[in-house]
Design a protein around this ligand. Sequence first.
Ligand code: SIN
Length: 494
Amino acid sequence: MSVIIDPGAVAAAVIGDAEYGLLIGGEWLPAAGGVRFAVENPATGETLTEVPDGGAAETRAAVAAAAAALPGWAATPAPARAALLRRAAALMLERQERLATIMTLEQGKPLAEARGEIAYAASFLTWFASEAERIYGSTIPASVANKRLMVLRQPVGVAALITPWNFPAAMITRKLGPALAAGCTAIIKPAEQTPLSALELGRIFGEAGLPAGALNIITCRDPRPFSEAIFADERVRKVSFTGSTEVGKLLIRQSAETVKRISLELGGNAPFIVFDDADLDAAVQGAIASKFRNAGQTCVCANRIFVQRGVYEQFATAFAARVGAMRVGNGLNPEVTIGPLIDEAARVKVERHVSDALASGASLLVGGRPFEGAGDGAFWTPTVLANASSEMLVAREETFGPVAPLIPFDTEEEVLHHANATPFGLAAYVFTREVGRVWRVAEGLEYGIVGVNDPLPSVAQAPFGGYKQSGLGREGGASGINEYLEEKFVSLAL
Ligand code: SIN
């Protein structure tokens, strides 16, 4: 039975005529001249609402507000900062359904995934609430009797957090949680496609009792005036960005001018390796979970699926059958497992990768074409390509779409070589039951995250980040808060 949904009615019910503003110094403000831009539903192309189009002047005002709030927030005792983060997490979970619906409307992912993302996002706040209470300094044994050596850990200062559209809530809390826990104040610039989730979180932090100015949000259609204002301003001491490697490189160059601390979570090209001895059902299920989460629009999703020749045919048949049964459509429909791509440019890239693979000798097991009939959005039929190779575009570039190229291999040495032959190094996956191989391959993969028989390893309590051109620094885990702390060495002569 097919569920009929009316996205317009859902949008009217959850968004209604809410007036979204820029959050600056605790006030919700319009952009200069009242300029706004439309937020569209990627499944239908319909306008959901409009938000202010902030520019350089609004960004400078947000920096001033964050700088003014910094001494007070940095001096707030850690247990009080922790309590606030816990209150915000509780409010997020209380409003999970509303926040998830808004996320599906503006981003397109299936509602079940959006609900999961809200819980995932809240988990960063509770994790970093506890970390706030463990910002320990240290003492160092001195080499002379009359000295005492100590290390203090203090907030870096004002932090600018630039977040992507693929996880509109979790990528905010993974940055904002440690920033506020450390005692930093923040300015968020959400992706232009998904500002509503950010603005809803801004309301929640206000209700949780965050002092005015400790969190500011600038929505804008063009990110350039924002980043120019941020990078030119000495008061901003930290920038954290999640997005493409291309933009990440630009930000590294821009950060040189005022020597800012910078954290980058950039692109990936994840290998997913299935050995002959793997639990094949688990590997098929894992490949589906890793590849097709968020319609393949995650930096950690399997981009190249390497399957050892002994199980290649069996894996390909079972995998293609499962992919062929996936349901494409509007993410509000509970039966849907694959929503739209974020925009037409994303669909064009997917099409280019599939055409190149087919022209270069791969064959189509399922999909391979746009999906018609689900709405005006950029839908793509989940696709499996057999006999792909490492030379194809689909294996060299991050596809960021629901396309799974299967690449046969013979030996462990060969697959490790191919898996590492990329400038990227974010996440990798290996399915095997041989314990020696688990260690050899996990240690040999040049990646920041390795899922062994685990397609979804991301959790708040573990470090998330990449080797090589996949980024700088780590988010989450015990080390995530270090990105927002300075170490100060104090030497005391008695
Ligand atoms: C991402 O792909 O950008 C984040 C995914 C995750 O946190 O698992």
